[in-house]
Design a protein around this ligand. Structure first.
Ligand SMILES: Nc1ncnc2c1ncn2[C@@H]1O[C@H](COP(=O)(O)OP(=O)(O)OP(=O)(O)O)[C@@H](O)[C@H]1O
Ligand SMILES: [Mg+2]
Length: 358
């Protein structure tokens, strides 16, 4: 009767493996663990029943022992297989997170179809890794651009000082240029500091009840001389119904000045720049319109990126900027809970609008 015992032992083993395969197909770790528990309880139970049957019909202890051992073994094998299928993906995730932790920002977890919890974990991990990589790339680019923009004027100043030391030029000739370069550097450092504050959330807004019309007047006065020199007409239209808003006047002034400087920079003589203030349902809108060259194709969103310039070749000395003005403007407007956007001006030129909440 040993054959019967072998057949019983083998079939319980087979049942164990098939059950484990079925457990693997369950969609979630929770269900797989439940399946595993059912398997671990029902297989030995089946073994006990089968052993009882063998005992009653064959009265042979060795066979009973063989059947019980085979059933227990099949439960253990089933459990090991299921554990392996669960732990495998966890191991891959662990490996990917360790790679990321050691600085390999390209590390990603393999995409899983099942179980659902681990598939979701792998997807979130990959999203997180992609975000970290994007932020690091942006930082790297920012540092590269900033150091380039800082190095260029420093090198120019150095060359001029050497020329002065060697008596190749007179101080009257170079001092105004050195002063201009130092002013440019100082502006750039201020801009970078402002951006760092915005990024760190360390911006302090001294909010108070503000009349946007007053800010427009102050800013137009500030750029009036430059507009005259360029032969550009300045206009303002402030809707009488515009309510006062709660805002930090110095920051709003900074935003408007950045927009006006840009508008003047891109508008040839005989052109005009207009500031239009009007109330909207939830906000007060300020638009700066110019009749200049207009936005570069695809520039509507990109102009708010740091260091982005439509014309890369323009340097500070030729009247070009670092490409930080609009990034700062966006940071300041968003710190107020507002929005800023750019669009072509009907009839040519650019129109940059910001809306501050009432
Ligand atoms: N009114 C405008 N008309 C056409 N293009 C514009 C206008 N305003 C901005 N731009 C484009 O957007 C780019 C980014 O503007 P942003 O103010 O951020 O930088 P910038 O003026 O070049 O330098 P910075 O403001 O740091 O001195 C500009 O270089 C220009 O190409
Ligand atoms: Mg600018």
């Amino acid at each position: 009767m040993i054959e019967v015992a072998i057949v019983l032992a083998l079939s319980t083993l087979l049942v164990g493996i098939v059950a484990a395969l079925v457990v693997r197909l369950l969609p979630t770790v929770r269900l797989q663990l439940t399946g595993l528990t059912v398997l671990a309880v029902s297989l030995p139970l089946g073994a006990v029943l089968a052993s009882g049957w063998v005992m009653f019909h064959m009265h042979d202890d060795v066979k009973i022992l063989a059947v019980s051992a085979a059933s227990a073994l099949s439960a253990v094998i089933g459990a090991l297989l299921v554990a392996r299928w669960i732990v495998g993906p966890i191991d891959e995730l662990r490996l990917a997170s360790r790679q990321l932790a050691t600085g390999d920002l390209a590390a990603r977890a393999p995409q899983l179809g099942r179980p659902a919890e681990l598939a979701e974990l792998a997807t979130s991990f990959n999203e997180m890794a992609a975000n970290v990589e994007r932020i690091f790339d942006a930082r790297r680019q920012l540092v590269a651009w900033a150091s380039h923009d800082l190095r260029t004027p420093v090198a120019a100043i150095q060359a001029m000082l050497e020329a002065l030391e060697d008596g190749l030029a007179s101080p009257e000739e170079y001092l105004p240029v050195v002063r201009e370069q130092v002013q440019g550097l100082s502006l750039l450092i201020d801009d970078l500091f402002e951006l760092a504050c915005i990024d760190a959330g360390a911006l302090t807004l001294h909010l108070r009840s503000t009349r946007v019309g007053d800010i427009v007047e102050t800013c137009l006065r500030a750029v009036d001389a430059q507009a005259r020199v360029q032969g550009v007409r300045l206009e303002s239209r402030v809707d009488e119904a515009t309510p006062e808003i709660s805002a930090a006047p110095d920051k709003v002034e900074r935003v408007l000045l950045n927009l006006l400087t840009n508008a003047l920079r891109h508008t040839p003589s005989d052109g005009s720049v207009a500031v239009i203030v009007e109330p909207a349902e939830q906000s007060v809108q300020v638009a700066v319109e110019d009749t200049g060259t207009g936005l570069a194709p695809g520039g509507e969103l990109r102009i708010f990126e740091r260091f982005w310039k439509a014309d890369e070749a323009r340097s500070r000395s030729e009247g070009g900027g670092a490409g930080l003005g609009l990034a700062i403007a966006r940071g300041l407007v968003e710190a107020h809970g507002g929005t800023i956007w750019a669009e072509p001006r009907p009839g040519g030129g650019a129109r940059i609008v910001f809306a501050l909440p009432r």
